[in-house]
Design a protein around this ligand. Structure first.
Ligand code: ADP
Length: 497
């Protein structure tokens, strides 16, 4: 692999940015146009590195490599056990390189280093091992048919997968995407988010060190309307997996259908309710609701961004929610103990501040925060609104920032109706000790995941995905395998005529 001249990391000078080119057919290469784009440090807005900018021509080169690796092997033709061993070795390398990977992730994204290193990296190697374990356990059925026929199904890899990932969990999304696709025997062209191209390139390099043959995973950094759109509309891509906003989800679905009707899995936005019932221990409810919203700078598709609180505990809850937000430690994400770093970029930063102004103008009560923090970088004060109503923009749109909206409710039917009154349906939190309440709410909420007395539990084996405009299909768990498999029925007479 070629390495570019490393740019010094101000935190740990021994860790440098080495991988900045496109990874096509096992080689790091420049983009066809020779163009690059800067990736920024959200702590300061300074450039970390210039990264090769892929476009339609590079996507085409990458798809050709993936096609060849699929059609001519070796990947889908290797035994499933051989494929699983590559993934297990990759997971070991991820564990070995936690410090470099977590540094790149925090540097490029702004999330607290402790979160990158202690929470996300272990989840990432875990999900790779989970799918490594599946590789040699994928098989079909022998089916009793009415006629005198022997009927079998075999599960074949679907082919070349195009994968487009967002910037909020760059490496975790990389792992959610490549783990199952590789386990199934697919080859891949992955486009990372333009805000966070660094960690995917480094992880892909490790995957090759683990024994992945050239062409099986190609990584193209670049922008959505150019590289992303070229991938979604490519005629030789057999499957598209997309994680991002619902708006962009609509675009890629259209591109996929207008080109070759490739099937699409979408993991999109959310406006998840977090419901605090009247029997709640308020201190614990405040802490969990705070985590549900503020985790990862509020940049989670699953963020519990509508906090519904029962009127009996409402006043105590808002006082304590305010105190907790004020206590949140915001600052340089590389510093120990920091809970919240900067937002990803100036665009998101400005958008969040616009939503805060909109909340104030629409009559919500700002009880803490509401402004930027400091004068450099993209830091925002932990912000809490009360008196929020469903018809306000801040209760409808995905803000993707550290802005908690608290809504008061009185009874169960009412909160079910209000919680469901959104175009999204990704997740929900329920905080109660009452079994009947938990059962009623978890069945009534139109969402893909209900967390009862917990939140953001992202075990590798638990399926994740949305109802309504939060997406189509499921990732993680056994459910994700079907995204990357075709089912073939093979029928033969039991006795030849
Ligand atoms: P966000 O607004 O949070 O950046 P997006 O949905 O725009 O979310 O981005 C998620 C991913 O989709 C990124 O990799 C981005 O480059 C890509 N993307 C954005 N626009 C398009 C598009 N028109 N076609 C394909 N991919 C796109």
């Amino acid at each position: 692999y070629s390495t570019s001249a490393g740019i010094e990391n101000p935190i740990n000078p021994s860790i440098k940015v080495h991988c900045t080119q496109l990874l096509i057919n096992g080689n790091f290469v420049d983009s066809a146009s020779g163009k690059t784009f800067p990736t920024y440090d959200p702590r300061t807005g300074d450039v970390i590195a210039h990264v090769a900018e892929g476009d339609a021509e590079d996507i085409d080169r990458a798809v050709c490599a993936a096609r060849k690796a699929f059609d001519e092997g070796p990947w889908p033709k290797m035994t499933a056990y051989e494929r699983s061993k590559v993934l297990f070795r990759f997971a070991d390398l991820l564990d070995k390189h936690i410090e470099e990977l977590a540094t790149l992730e925090t540097w490029d994204n702004g999330k607290p280093y402790e979160q990158s290193a202690k929470i996300e990296l272990p989840m990432i190697s875990r999900i790779i091992r989970y799918y490594a374990g599946w590789a040699d356990k994928i098989h079909g059925l022998t089916i009793p048919a009415d006629g005198p026929h022997l009927v079998q199904t075999i599960h074949e890899p679907i082919g070349v997968a195009g994968q487009i990932i967002p910037w909020n969990f760059p490496l975790l999304m990389f792992a959610w995407k490549v783990g199952p696709a590789l386990a199934c025997g697919c080859t891949i062209v992955l486009k990372s988010a333009e805000q966070t191209p660094l960690s995917a390139l480094y992880a892909a390099k490790l995957l090759h060190e683990a024994g992945l043959p050239p062409g099986v995973l190609n990584v193209v950094s670049g922008f959505g309307p150019t590289a992303g759109a070229a991938l979604a509309s490519h005629m030789d891509v057999d499957k598209l997996a997309f994680t991002g906003s619902s708006e962009t989800g609509k675009i890629v679905l259209e591109l996929a259908s207008k080109s070759n009707l490739k099937p699409v899995i979408l993991e999109l936005g959310g406006k998840s309710p977090f419901i605090v019932c009247k029997d709640a221990d308020v201190d614990k409810a405040v802490e969990l609701a705070h985590f549900a919203l503020f985790f990862n700078q509020g940049q989670c598709c699953s963020a519990g961004s509508r906090t519904y609180v029962h009127e009996d505990v409402h006043d105590e809850f808002i006082e304590k929610a305010k105190a907790r937000a004020l206590k949140r430690s915001v600052g340089d994400p590389f510093k120990a103990g920091v809970e919240q770093g900067p937002q990803i970029d100036s665009e998101q930063f400005e958008k969040i501040l616009r939503y805060i102004r909109s909340g104030i103008e629409s009559g919500a009560i700002l009880i803490t925060g509401g402004d930027r923090l400091g004068s450099k970088g993209f830091y925002i004060q932990p912000t809490v609104f009360t008196n929020v109503k469903e018809d306000m923009l801040i209760a409808q749109d995905e803000i993707f920032g550290p802005v908690q909206s608290i809504l008061k409710f009185r009874d169960m039917d009412e909160v079910i109706r209000r919680a469901n009154s959104t175009r999204y349906g990704l997740a929900a939190g329920v905080f109660t000790n009452d079994l009947d309440t938990a059962n009623t709410l978890s069945r009534a909420l139109k969402v893909g995941t209900v967390w009862i007395n917990c939140y953001d539990v992202f075990d590798a084996a638990i399926p994740f995905g949305g109802y309504k405009m939060s997406g189509q299909g499921r990732e993680k768990g056994v459910h994700c395998l079907s995204n990357y498999l075709q089912v073939k029925a093979i029928v033969a007479p039991l006795k030849n005529p």
